[in-house]
Design a protein around this ligand. Structure first.
Ligand code: TRP
Length: 480
């Protein structure tokens, strides 16, 4: 009966598309290239891939299995294991909320670029005369930042108010393949530009010199890659638990928890192979930071392709990135809302999906404002930087600069701390208390025998906990 109230996926394809839709988003297209660019290219890539294999797939399986076996959203799902584990579920609700605050600001920026190219197609000047340098201009165009932030929030809210099935499934089936095709076209185009080679060398030529960089080092690469991995795969918090809770017992969890990380990683690699060579070709510093995607793509569309073709491709690209961002942000908002909905069902009340989504959206708007108003820490912002509020020195945290910029600060809370901590607790719970058998049994419900028990045993019990402790250590020492 409960399943009736909450909704269920129409088919495995629908589930998979929505889960891949959740995973593939700004993390892959915007985050991956700029984080790789900041922390050494090849070295980052290797560490990232190792983390996907050793941690990502394992945590993915654990979250999906927990969601499906309990049929509940994060807090109640952990509570079903043991009442005191609810706290892990509470952490899992805080992260999507924190992420949404900056995700929707970035989503708004994507919409601004989309609109810029759209009007340029019709001969207007879509970038306020700034062309390539538009990113620097946009950051200080506070009215524009807020306007597009609001538009993105409203679109996001509208979809969640529509309900699980009609809201999420329909949206994703076409957009993901279309995005992949669009990336391929841009990758091929960029490959033909003079100078692009430097980008491939940066990504694929073995070079670990970043490990001896005093500002970054091995720990810097590890924690950046780990945060990025959780973020990109939508892990370490509620999203995949919630998604698993809507999944039918007939479907194979093992297969799904391989397909989602693989698809996500392929898209991230493609984004890297688009952005890095473009940086090399158009003279943009790999380590530029959060503006990397936007700056390098202006080079491609305005200077490289140019004219109407450039404008059309630019519009298409940002439109698809926007869809990818929306399918991710709805999964974040769904993770928040599902908690409230389950609470209401538990109390015997009719679920009020619309109210839940509306209240969260308002809170996200308020807490997201500093991110839209601080020009990403570029200086001259309308709001005080986190370090000013806390009475600290600017940039005291080395290259990460988490305290200069609200986006980085929110990011630090979510992907830097809460997600690794959530993954640590989860692996300890499943590795040592409940036992991994709980997960294997849930997997076998679909009638497929679980094949990789020894591998997952070691990962749950030892490998994931150790890596998470090291990541958290690296993160916390950064404060001092
Ligand atoms: N994975 C998404 C991206 O790469 C972001 C995202 C969506 C997410 N849902 C999530 C991150 C849940 C963490 C948890 O853009």
């Amino acid at each position: 009966m409960q399943e009736h109230n909450r909704g269920q996926w129409g088919s495995n394809l629908g589930f998979l598309m929505a889960a891949v839709g959740s995973a593939v988003g700004l993390g892959n297209i915007w985050g991956f290239p700029y984080k790789m660019g900041k922390t050494g290219g090849f070295a980052f890539l290797i560490v990232y891939l190792a983390l996907v294999l050793l941690v990502g797939i394992v945590v993915m399986l654990g979250e999906l299995a927990l969601g499906r076996s309990t049929g509940k959203s994060p807090i109640e799902a952990y509570g079903a294991l043991k009442a005191k584990y609810k706290i892990v579920g509470v952490m899992a609700i805080i992260s999507p909320f924190v992420i949404l605050c900056f995700y929707c600001v970035l989503g708004g920026m994507v919409m601004r670029y989309m609109l810029g190219f759209l009007v340029s197609i019709f001969g207007a000047d879509g970038f306020s005369g700034q062309g390539d340098g538009f990113f620097g201009y946009l950051l200080y165009d506070y009215k524009g930042m807020i306007l597009f932030f609001i538009i993105f929030l409203v679109v996001n809210m509208g979809i969640i108010m529509g309900g699980v099935q009609s809201g999420i499934e329909r949206f994703t089936k076409i957009a993901m393949p279309a995005l992949a095709v669009c990336l391929v076209i841009i990758i091929v185009f960029v490959a033909m530009q003079p100078g692009a080679k430097g980008g491939y060398e940066f990504m694929f030529k073995p070079d670990f010199s970043v490990f001896s960089d005093p500002d970054i080092g091995f720990f810097g690469v590890l924690k950046t890659a780990a945060g990025q991995m959780f973020f990109s795969l939508s892990l370490g918090m509620g999203a995949m638990i919630t998604y698993g809770s809507y999944l039918s017992k007939k479907e194979s969890l093992q297969r799904n928890s391989l397909i989602i990380p693989i698809a996500d990683t392929v898209i991230a690699l493609m984004a890297g192979m688009m952005v890095m060579p473009a940086c090399a070709a158009y003279g943009i510093d790999f380590g530029k930071g959060p503006g990397l995607l936007f700056a390098s793509m202006q080079g491609v569309f305005l200077d490289g392709m140019g004219g109407t073709i450039g404008n059309v491709m630019g519009f298409l690209f940002y439109f698809l990135v926007f869809i990818a961002a929306i399918t991710s942000s709805i999964s974040l908002l769904e993770a928040c809302s599902a908690t409230i909905i389950d609470k209401q069902i538990a109390k015997g009340k009719a679920p009020r999906r619309k109210t839940a989504a509306g209240i969260f959206t308002l809170c996200i708007f308020i807490l997201g404002l500093p991110i839209a108003l601080d020009a990403l820490g570029s200086g001259g912002a309308l709001v005080k930087a986190p370090y000013e509020l806390m009475g600290l020195e600017a940039g005291g945290a080395g290259y990460a600069m988490w305290n200069d910029c609200w986006l980085d600060f929110y990011d630090l809370i979510a992907e830097g701390i809460l997600m690794p901590l959530g993954a640590l607790l989860m692996s300890l719970i499943f590795g040592w208390v409940v036992g991994p058998k709980y997960i294997y049994d849930e997997c076998e419900q679909s009638g497929h025998p679980f094949k990789f028990k020894p591998y997952f045993d070691v990962c749950f019990k030892v490998i994931v906990p150790i890596i998470m402790v090291v990541v958290l250590y690296a993160q916390i020492t950064d404060f001092f």
